[in-house]
Write a protein that binds this ligand. Structure first.
Ligand code: F3S
Length: 289
C-alpha cells in the first residue's frame, strides 16, 4: 500500500516561518513572550506555546503598566499589522519580532508607496480579516476602500476620482478578484488604475495538489479543524475526485478497517494543521491498513 502525503499539506511557507519563529524565541528568550493574536487558528499549537510561556496579546492596550515595565518580546504573526501597531508596541517598550509573511509585507510596501503618490487604495478582500486590517494601516484611511463583493465594487466611487491602486488579500479567490477589478475598470471616469495581483498561490497549489492526489487514491484523508473553511474546501475538492474521502481533525476521528481494496492512500491537510498531526495520521494509517 502506498501512502502519499501532499507536499503542500498543512502550513504554508509564511505560517511555518511564523510558528517556527515563536518556538525559536521561546527557546532563546528569558523574559515574557507574546504573540500579537493567536499565531495560527489551531488550539493545540496555541496551548503548546502557552505551556512554553508564550501568551496571546489581543491588542497593545491589553498590556498593563506592570507588564510594560517588565518589557518582553511581541511576535507579529504572518497576517501582519498596521504601522500604528508597531509604533504603539515600541512605545510600550516591547521588543518586536516581525514574522509577517514577506508576501504581506510586500503589500504594505505597495499601498504605502501608492498612497504617498496620491493614489486611492482599493483592497479586494474581507475588511474583518486581520491581514486586511493590517494593510489598511499602511495607507491613508480617508482614501482606502475594502471591497469584498460585486455590490461593493459597483458602489465604489473614488473620492479623488483620478488615480486608483488595487491590491488583493493574499488568500482571495483569483477569479473573483478579476471579476471585481473588471467592475471597477468599467467605470470610465477613473483616469489611472493600477492593478497589482497580490494573491498568494499557496492555497491554490494546495487545492490543485489535493485534487490530483485524490484522483489517484482509493482512500483520501483530509485533516483540519471543523470550522476551518479552507479545510472544508479541500474536503469538497477531494470528495469530488475520490468518493472514499474522510474529513478528520486528529487520528481519534479515524476508524479504518482492512477492506483489502486499498492500494493508494492520499493525505492532505488544511492551512492550520501542524506537521505532527499529519505524521500521526500517516503512522496510524500504516498500522491499521
Ligand atoms: Fe501563507 Fe504568506 Fe501565502 S502566510 S498563504 S505564504 S501570503
Amino acid at each position: 500500500m502506498n501512502i502519499t502525503v501532499a507536499k503542500s499539506a498543512g502550513f504554508c511557507f509564511g505560517v511555518k516561518r511564523a510558528v517556527n519563529k515563536v518556538y525559536e524565541q521561546a527557546d532563546i528568550k528569558n523574559g515574557p513572550i507574546y504573540t500579537y493574536g493567536p499565531i495560527i487558528h489551531n488550539e493545540e499549537v496555541v496551548k503548546d506555546l502557552e505551556q512554553k510561556g508564550v501568551k496571546v496579546l489581543s491588542c497593545e492596550e491589553e498590556l498593563t503598566d506592570e507588564q510594560k515595565k517588565r518589557g518582553g518580546t511581541v511576535i507579529i504573526r504572518s497576517h501582519g499589522v498596521s504601522k500604528k501597531t508597531y509604533e504603539k508596541l515600541e512605545q510600550a517598550g516591547m521588543e518586536i519580532v516581525d514574522a509577517t509573511c514577506p508576501f504581506v509585507l510586500k503589500i504594505h510596501q505597495i499601498v504605502e508607496e501608492f498612497s504617498n503618490d496620491g493614489y486611492e487604495i482599493v483592497i479586494i478582500g474581507s475588511s474583518a480579516h486581520p491581514e486586511v486590517e493590517g494593510i489598511c494601516g499602511w495607507c491613508d484611511p480617508a482614501y482606502t476602500t475594502v471591497i469584498a463583493n460585486e455590490q461593493e465594487a459597483e458602489n465604489f466611487q473614488p473620492k479623488s476620482g483620478k488615480k486608483v491602486c488595487i491590491v488583493a488579500q493574499t488568500t482571495f479567490n483569483y477569479k473573483k478578484f478579476q471579476e471585481l477589478v473588471e467592475i471597477i475598470q468599467k467605470k470610465g471616469y477613473i483616469r489611472d488604475i493600477r492593478v497589482l495581483n497580490t494573491i498568494c498561490n499557496a492555497t491554490e497549489e494546495r487545492q490543485n495538489e489535493a485534487a490530483s492526489l485524490a484522483e489517484t487514491s482509493d482512500l483520501m484523508i483530509v485533516i483540519g479543524g471543523r470550522s476551518s473553511s479552507n479545510t472544508q474546501k479541500l474536503y469538497e475538492i477531494c470528495k469530488e475526485e475520490c468518493a472514499n474521502t474522510y474529513y478528520i481533525q486528529t487520528t481519534a476521528d479515524l476508524h479504518l478497517a482492512k477492506t483489502g481494496h486499498i492500494d493508494n492512500v492520499g493525505i492532505t491537510a488544511g492551512a492550520s494543521t501542524p506537521k505532527k498531526i499529519i505524521e500521526e495520521v500517516q503512522k496510524y494509517v500504516r498500522t491499521k491498513l
